[in-house]
Design a binder for this molecule. Structure first.
Ligand code: PRT
Length: 108
């Protein structure tokens, strides 16, 4: 079942598979090729997501978005950036944008 825990579970799976047998694991195969190849895959999946958004249906966009998020998670893992750090940065921005919104609101 999908939930906010989905990405946390995926992060744990990716960490566990990094050093698995490349014969049986796509994550291990990608990591064996290095961060340059993983970053290239993120770029390709981002492009495919954009194309799907502009020329295809919601189902195609959903699939490409999943590919993009998955490959981004593999890249974060390869660069030892915890998902929690990314989520904390989003939380921080939420706080900042809330402050900016309040500051621009006319005073009554
Ligand atoms: N979410 C995914 C996921 N999404 C996409 N993919 C794979 O990503 C690949 C992308 O396909 P492409 O055609 O773009 O790439 P390719 O031709 O296989 O490879 P390149 O030559 O382009 O590098 C496919 O092989 C997909 O199977 C994924 N592979 C794995 N996962 C998750 O990662 C977990 C661990 O996977 P393994 O490492 O394989 O055990 C799985 O249980 C899943 O939860």
């Amino acid at each position: 079942m999908s939930s906010p825990d989905t990405l946390a579970r995926l992060e744990a799976t990716i960490a566990a598979r990094r050093t698995a047998d490349p014969e049986s694991s796509y994550v291990a195969r990608l990591n064996a090729k290095g961060p340059g190849k993983i970053a290239q895959k993120v770029g390709e999946e981002a492009t495919e997501t954009v194309i799907a958004a502009l020329t295809q249906d919601r189902k195609a966009l959903t699939g490409e978005a999943a590919d993009l998020i998955f490959h981004l998670m593999v890249l974060l893992g390869a660069k030892d950036v915890p998902l929690a750090d990314v989520l904390a940065e989003l939380d921080r921005r939420e706080g900042v944008s809330g402050i900016a919104e309040k500051a621009s609101r006319p005073k009554d």
